[in-house]
Design a protein around this ligand. Structure first.
Ligand code: PHE
Length: 337
């Protein structure tokens, strides 16, 4: 009886060969193990056996069934894996193909200049501060020593939003805000940001522009500190051969006050000067309003015109180029800084 069963298993082995498809294998499974399968037919024999022989026979049948199942399913798995590998082979990615090219943007020239200024001043230990663009009259003017009847307010053709709020006309209100919260501690900050004035737009004027404010307050701060800081700034931005020129000027919030020009060499080899900032020693009234004893503390402040720096550095002939988003203009700053 065992031989009979072994023969059945052997006959399956003879039928298994490489060319069989998944369907062929399934047919074989049915032919051997299905309801009318060859092995299944052997089950009928059990009835004819003695009780003693039944378990042994049952065991042979089970072993044969296992063997047949394993052979068929192993071959099925082999075919499936082969198919999957073939599929993977077809789908391999050609890594040597050039990828999709993303359009890369670049930093705006005003951002480049701002970051360059930040680099210089952070290197000197300054913190970077900021303030709101919609500002209170109190910070924009009053605490900057420009009382409501001060004639110098005229110079700041302002965009008022309500009677006591306006788009800040300079970054100086950040000085007042910072002093208020520093509560008498020494200060060294810069504060870059947008500013607004009712200037008609032309090649050299814009109703919106950028400034970088600076404020240092401590004991024994002198005009020499201001001058060397600004000379260092000019050389950091424009190169070691540059120099600066200070012209006496007037700002209500500084005394004495200066306008600072940076030198440049013209095409004809002549030294010329261009104004890039206003500065001075912080006015005692400003110190006092900000909570500092003007007899103990002194300080300097400056307001740099960021567009002016960029115009000079990149030889730009029309300030409106900065704001009109012309890609032919902006693409020239790719890879700068
Ligand atoms: N706020 C001045 C301006 O807008 C610049 C300035 C800042 C001058 C700080 C002196 C000190 O013109």
């Amino acid at each position: 009886m065992k031989e009979q069963i072994d023969l059945i298993v052997k006959s399956l082995e003879d039928k298994m060969h490489d060319g069989l498809s998944l369907n062929d294998l399934e047919s074989l499974r049915v032919a051997y193990l299905g309801k009318n399968g060859l092995l299944t037919a052997q089950m009928a024999v059990i009835k004819t056996l003695s009780n003693e022989d039944k378990p042994k026979f049952g065991q042979w049948i089970n072993e044969a069934k296992q063997a047949i199942e394993t052979k068929i399913s192993d071959q099925k798995n082999f075919l499936l894996i082969q198919a999957m590998n073939a599929q993977l082979e077809k789908e391999t990615i050609d890594v040597s193909l050039p990828g999709l090219n993303f359009k890369k943007g670049s930093l705006h020239p005003l951002t480049i200049v701002t970051q360059d200024l930040e680099d210089y001043f952070i290197g000197l230990g300054y913190k970077v501060a900021e303030g709101p663009e919609l500002e209170l009259d109190k910070y924009n003017f009053e605490m900057m020593n420009l009382a409501s009847d001060h004639p110098a307010r005229e110079m700041h053709d302002s965009f008022y939003v309500t009677t006591n709020t306006l788009l800040r006309t300079h970054t100086s209100p950040i000085q007042a805000r910072y002093m208020e919260q520093a509560k008498g501690e020494p200060i060294a900050i810069i504060a870059p940001g947008k500013t607004y004035r009712r200037d008609p737009d032309d090649r050299t004027h814009s109703h919106q522009f950028m400034q970088c404010e600076g404020l240092v307050i401590d004991k024994d701060i002198t005009f020499a500190h201001l001058k060397s800081t600004l000379l260092g700034m000019a050389r950091h931005i424009f190169g070691a051969e540059r120099t600066i020129r200070l012209r006496p000027s007037y700002f209500p919030f500084t005394e004495p006050s200066v306008e600072v020009d940076v030198s440049y060499i013209t095409a004809e080899g002549k030294t010329e000067w261009i104004e890039v900032l206003g500065a001075g020693m912080v006015h005692p009234n400003v110190l006092e309003m900000g909570g500092y004893d003007a007899k103990v503390f002194s300080g300097f402040a400056f307001g740099i015109g960021i567009e002016r720096i960029a115009i000079l550095k990149y030889q730009i002939d029309d300030i409106r180029q900065f704001y009109t988003n012309d890609l032919r203009f902006l693409n020239q700053f790719k890879g700068v800084l």
